[in-house]
Design a protein. Structure first.
Length: 433
């Protein structure tokens, strides 16, 4: 009964009206009350310094009840005393009484001294420790963390994981937020951590915890990105923050085939064009069989390339697009340029050129000379040879003109001839037999 009356008395005190803050010590004017206040102030301090925190709560309670504006130190010390007492007691009910008293002392301190900005995040963390396992008590510490951010613009980077853990628990127990709200909170915390990292602080542990909790919420998948975030970006295409968010989550969850990802990527590219963004956009357009758009993006990638390897990739991809569009001569020119820029691509490029030649017979044959018509296979053979493709070489050679065909047309092996058509190569005649 004594314990219960103690906390009830303290609660009554803390629910009282705000008392005007005063500096320094404010002992009662009544001599008897002053003497008692001085005695109990010394008593609780002695107990505290002797690590007898439970004993310290008794004289401290009298001070908090009867002289609440005595000095801010009774709140500063009281918070430590009640917190330590909560760790010592084995009685779970009494533990909660001590914990609640800590929070009540923070509240009363704020009423009297109006300096909440200085300690609100400490109160939030105490609340996190005490109430994170109680689904009905989560809103208090969450509100305190948010008040700390409101007053100070941020919270200590070491407390960010605790705050997001409360958000996670509140969502798990009560579905207290929409997916977009959670992502906004997550993004806000990440910006705090990024700022701390820029100042030289190692925030890897906090970031890891944040991502683990976010994944555990099972909020984000490709469908969420496409159907929830995507329409918002369509409605507000100037929202760069949302575009960055969609891009980040699309990469993280490998959602590259959504329209939302493409739109976000295009917004990112418009702001900060680069070879890589041009490359990915172009590849997406190729997947959608939009050759015109893909050509536009690869052409842009070529201008943004930082080295010959990137230029070669852009030229080779342009060659494939030109070929698909039936622009064979342009395809060959781009392919050869790619090979000149990056010799490691020689085999693939000349196999491609050889295939173009092989598939051009029906388009190029004039029907006036079988030798000339079949000479394009010699050009194909030469390209396959440069590619190091023995199978392709054998296939092309099987279609060379025969000795009889050369003889009939008054030609002989070793003689040169121009293939004509778009191929336009001069080749040395050879026969298949």
């Amino acid at each position: 009964m004594k314990i219960k009356s103690t906390i009830l008395g303290l609660t009554a005190l803390l629910l009282a009206g705000m008392v005007q803050a005063q500096e320094g010590w404010n002992f009662p004017s009544d001599p008897a009350q002053e003497a008692k206040a001085r005695e109990l102030n010394a008593a609780y301090t002695d107990y505290m310094n002797s690590d007898q925190v439970i004993e310290a709560t008794h004289p401290l309670h009298w001070l908090l009840t009867n002289v609440p504006e005595l000095n801010e130190s009774i709140y500063q010390n009281g918070i430590k005393i009640y917190d330590e007492a909560s760790k010592i007691t084995t009685d779970e009910a009494q533990k909660r009484v001590y914990q609640d008293s800590v929070i009540l002392l923070f509240n009363k301190r704020g009423e009297i001294y109006d300096n909440e900005k200085n300690w609100i995040e400490n109160k939030a963390y105490y609340g996190y420790q005490y109430y994170k396992g109680d689904k009905d008590m989560l809103e208090g510490p969450i509100a305190d963390f948010e008040k700390a951010m409101e007053l100070n613009g941020t919270i200590n980077y070491q407390l960010t994981a605790a705050y997001f853990d409360l958000i996670y628990r509140n969502y798990a127990y009560h579905q207290a937020y929409t997916g977009e709200e959670i992502l906004a909170i997550h993004d806000k915390i990440n910006k705090m951590l990024d700022k701390a990292a820029a100042e030289g602080t190692d925030v890897s542990s906090q970031k890891s915890t944040l991502e683990t909790l976010l994944v555990a919420m099972e909020l984000i998948d490709c469908e969420f990105i496409e159907n929830t975030l995507g329409p918002k970006l369509i409605a507000d295409p100037t929202n760069e923050a949302l575009a960055d968010q969609i891009f980040k989550y699309s990469v993280q969850y490998k959602c590259f085939n959504t329209d939302a990802f493409l739109q976000a990527l295009e917004i990112k590219h418009a702001k900060e064009p680069s070879f890589s963004t041009s490359q990915v956009i172009a590849m997406r357009y190729m997947q959608e069989d939009n050759a015109a758009k893909a050509e536009e993006m690869w052409s842009q990638a070529l201008t943004l390339a930082e080295n010959d390897t990137q230029k070669a990739e852009a030229q080779f991809e342009l060659a494939k697009i030109y070929l698909k569009q039936g622009k064979k001569s342009a395809a060959r020119t781009a392919a050869r340029e790619a090979a000149n820029l990056d010799s490691s691509r020689t085999s693939d490029i000349y196999s491609m050129i050889a295939g173009m030649y092989m598939n051009s017979f029906n388009d190029c044959k004039a029907g006036n000379s079988r030798v000339k018509d079949y000479s394009i296979y010699i050009a194909a053979y030469n390209a396959y040879q440069r590619a190091g493709d023995s199978s392709g070489m054998a296939n092309a050679r099987s279609r060379f003109p025969s000795k009889e065909e050369l003889f009939t047309e008054g030609m002989q092996a070793g003689q040169t001839i121009n293939t004509g058509c778009w191929i336009g190569e001069t080749v040395t005649l050879a026969t298949r037999d």
